[in-house]
Design a protein around this ligand. Sequence first.
Ligand SMILES: Cc1cc2nc3c(=O)[nH]c(=O)nc-3n(C[C@H](O)[C@H](O)[C@H](O)COP(=O)(O)OP(=O)(O)OC[C@H]3O[C@@H](n4cnc5c(N)ncnc54)[C@H](O)[C@@H]3O)c2cc1C
Length: 351
Amino acid sequence: MQTQTLIIGGGLSGLALASRLSAEGRDFLLVEARERWGGRILSEQCEAGAFDLGPSWFWPGQPRIAALVARLGLTRFEQFCQGELLYEDERGHVQRAHGFASMQGSWRLQGGLAALIDKLLLEIPSDQRICATPIKALCKTSDGVTALTDSGVKITAQKVVLALPPRVAAQFSYAPALPSDALTAMERIPTWMAGQAKAVAVYDRPFWRESGLSGDAMSRVGPMVECHDASPLEGGPYAIFGFIGVPTDMRHDTEALRAQVRAQLVRLFGSAAQNPKRLYIKDWATDPFTATDLDQRPVLAHPDYGLPRALSGLWDNALVFGGTEVAPTFGGFLEGALEAAEQAHTALATG
Ligand SMILES: Cc1cc2nc3c(=O)[nH]c(=O)nc-3n(C[C@H](O)[C@H](O)[C@H](O)COP(=O)(O)OP(=O)(O)OC[C@H]3O[C@@H](n4cnc5c(N)ncnc54)[C@H](O)[C@@H]3O)c2cc1C
């Protein structure tokens, strides 16, 4: 296969870049490892509700995602925050309190964030995108790059955009080998939220709202350390989600984890929480297209993202970095994925 620009990674960044190149009538091919599109954006459909197992929110002050949501004709709504909060102390005692809802003012998307992905896909011709095709090696040639898929297919391109976490891209085999400072720089960039896991419990009724609770909870016991309402804008089913706070190596027994999450939901929200109609748990740390061994340790603060100098101009400008982790201002966020796609678009035009 041959193309002018090969985009590796069909998350928000790769899809946004592909949609822009498509609108410009440019020659490109978008290649995605997973059988689905969206990368860290993942929404599960249960009846009329879509429930986000990756990102849920975007925020005022993020212009690109606001513009994209508007352009695609999607509907945003504010995170539900009305009512009291819960706090579970070290001994498992649960207290109700009035207080500041940490996600008040955050935006969610009707239909889940996957609605964004579905709409973007419509803008990319189906013969210019392939999924279920992991790339495993890149080889510099006299006039560009040859990529090798894990099933042995060769794709030649003048430019390659790495629209995926730099740590995941660092696992490709490169011929010739990348300079050691480039490889070190890639491995040093933590993949935002890669070590996280999320649980979403879906119910027919919003019983917590009915008893004056917002769905917000903080816990010193776990396994969920922070919970929020995850219900659709209108109608049911309704949901609570929680970030799992136990270390990655203590999450391998999924049945035990599910039982602990259920027990905690009852401690927090009462017996009505006993039997969710669905309990989704997504552990991103065990997903090799997002997380590497380096991502198993917790990231305590939001890293300073951006494109390190060692990753500019590689292979005579044929290797271009996309993906939220190289975005200078909003790195790590959905907004950063769009910022990185813009940055890659500029690099393709000038490089
Ligand atoms: C649990 C969780 C909660 C989050 N919450 C928020 C939030 O509320 N708000 C927010 O703004 N951000 C949040 N984020 C971060 C947000 O999800 C990311 O910023 C964004 O989705 C990154 O998009 P991306 O395209 O840069 O990367 P990705 O979505 O990681 O896309 C990279 C793509 O590359 C593909 N790929 C990997 N290896 C290969 C290969 N070998 N060959 C081909 N393709 C490959 C992957 O499958 C993937 O589709 C959260 C993330 C997680 C995991």
